[in-house]
Design a protein around this ligand. Structure first.
Ligand code: EPZ
Length: 420
């Protein structure tokens, strides 16, 4: 099994181009079931995207991948030939976003059988809110043998969906379903993550009428689908945040390009509060390491709050701040799995309930480590970059699920990192 070997303490200097967002691409891929022909650009070529493409291929969507460097795109065609309304266990179990095909399949083909994704390392992650939304549009749903079996014999009908709590995936499934439903759907208390907004932009191009204000989305089902559409995926704000932390830790000067600073205000505010120099431009951000970092408190929240997907990376930054910094994780019940590994590297972190207290500044020492999810793994890469001596990261398949060209991007900035 491959590992990453990092020799710490190199100063970082250079430019990093941020890839397209994995978490925006996944629901848009699920939405392409509703389309005829779609060309997507700025797609990150990471493992989770290929898993979703495999699922779409199984369903019957024709896929063409152009991997030539500057003109990369993915083309998807639904020619309505031999479509299966099934998402099997083997393709959903490795990636929860597979459950997003439920909304598209059900609204278009009036039935769907989709494997329950099950829990995962960061929490139990149920899908009750997804099912709640579909039922409000008239779906009949039962769970049998580990599968969600959904049906709407006469098709879905627009309705009111008032979510009891905010969920990104359930909002996306509700949107997909509402697009093919008859009449108007009002979705309240919804997620407004930039990835949800990108899905809305895509669905509008398909011919759907959608209005959004505060946490309310009004959707008018598609009357006629556009024959061919093109869409450029939004930048990956979590990847951007990850490299901003790398720059804040070690950057003589790191420039992050292909981003919109307006979208990542909460992250930039935290960096500023910690005393890090950040310069914003229209599509780029420059970050410099600061001599001393101030302690800070973070509480993860749905967008526009601070993202749970950056909590582990910011924790590494906090190990270098003076005093006791705190992180409250409000979204997932088990998202501190990086903590024992960071402690093995010398970090001083205490966890009580959902709050981690990080004392600093602390010297980290290289060690052999492993993590159990994507963001926890990348936090160990960041820790390795600032640690004395060598850090070996095991189970790097987690990183491959969501970080495109991770080693190359870091090496270009003079990090000493290699695959062994
Ligand atoms: C999305 O997951 C992201 N994944 C996650 O990114 C991200 O951490 C999460 O949103 C929160 O921002 C994708 O976009 C593919 P949720 P999702 O439904 O949609 C509970 C990464 O590292 N909940 O907003 O699954 C749930 O358990 C990943 O890239 C229910 O109770 O997240 C959680 O506590 C990991 N019932 C909270 O809501 C439901 O039916 C928010 O989860 C659905 C969710």
């Amino acid at each position: 099994m491959q590992k990453l070997s990092i020799k710490g303490k190199n100063k970082l200097n250079g430019t990093i181009l941020i890839s397209g967002s994995k978490n925006a691409t996944l629901p848009i891929l699920a939405a392409s079931i509703l389309a005829k022909k779609v060309r997507l650009t700025n797609v990150p070529f990471v493992k989770d995207i290929f898993t979703m493409l495999e699922l779409l291929k199984f369903i019957g969507i024709k896929i063409k991948i152009n991997n030539r460097n500057k003109k990369r795109y993915i083309e998807l065609k639904n020619d309505e030939k031999s479509i299966k309304t099934l998402a099997p266990y083997k393709l959903v179990k490795t990636m929860r976003a597979g459950v997003l095909v439920l909304g598209s399949l059900l609204t278009k083909y009036k039935k769907a059988k989709v494997s329950l994704p099950g829990g995962c390392a960061i929490g139990t992650r149920p899908v009750d809110l997804h099912l709640f939304a579909l039922k409000k549009l008239g779906a009949k749903i039962k769970i049998k043998n580990g599968y969600i079996i959904a049906e709407a014999k006469k098709g879905l009908v627009g309705g009111k969906i008032n979510f009891p709590s905010i969920s990104v995936g359930a909002t996306e499934n509700a949107l997909l379903a509402a697009c093919g439903a008859q009449g108007e759907t009002v979705i309240s208390n919804c997620a407004i993550e930039p990835e949800v907004i990108d899905l809305i932009e895509f669905l509008k191009k398909l011919g759907c009428k959608i209005k959004i204000s505060n946490r309310k989305i009004i959707v008018k089902g598609i009357r006629s689908i556009k024959a061919q559409i093109k869409h450029k995926i939004i930048f990956d704000r979590i990847e951007a945040g990850t490299y901003l932390v790398a720059g804040a830790l070690l950057g003589e000067k790191i420039i992050i390009k292909q981003v919109n600073p307006e979208i990542i205000k909460s992250e930039l505010n935290i960096l500023k509060k910690m005393g890090i120099k950040v310069l914003k431009n229209r599509n780029s951000i420059t970050v410099f390491k600061s001599k001393s970092l101030k302690k800070v408190k973070i509480s993860t929240k749905p967008y526009p709050g601070f993202p749970t997907d950056l909590q582990a990376q910011f924790m590494v930054l906090m190990t270098q701040a003076k005093g006791v910094s705190k992180i409250k994780e409000n979204i997932f019940e088990n998202r501190f799995m990086h903590v024992p590994e960071l402690k093995r590297m010398g970090a001083k972190i205490e966890i009580r309930n959902r709050v981690a207290s990080i004392s600093g500044p602390t010297k980290l020492n290289g060690a052999e480590v492993m993590a159990t999810d994507l963001r926890a793994s990348v936090s160990l890469v960041l820790a390795g970059l600032i640690a004395e001596n060598r850090t070996i990261i095991n189970r790097i398949y987690h990183l491959e699920r969501g970080y495109e060209f991770l080693e190359k991007k870091l090496k270009n900035c003079k990090a000493s990192i290699k695959r062994i």
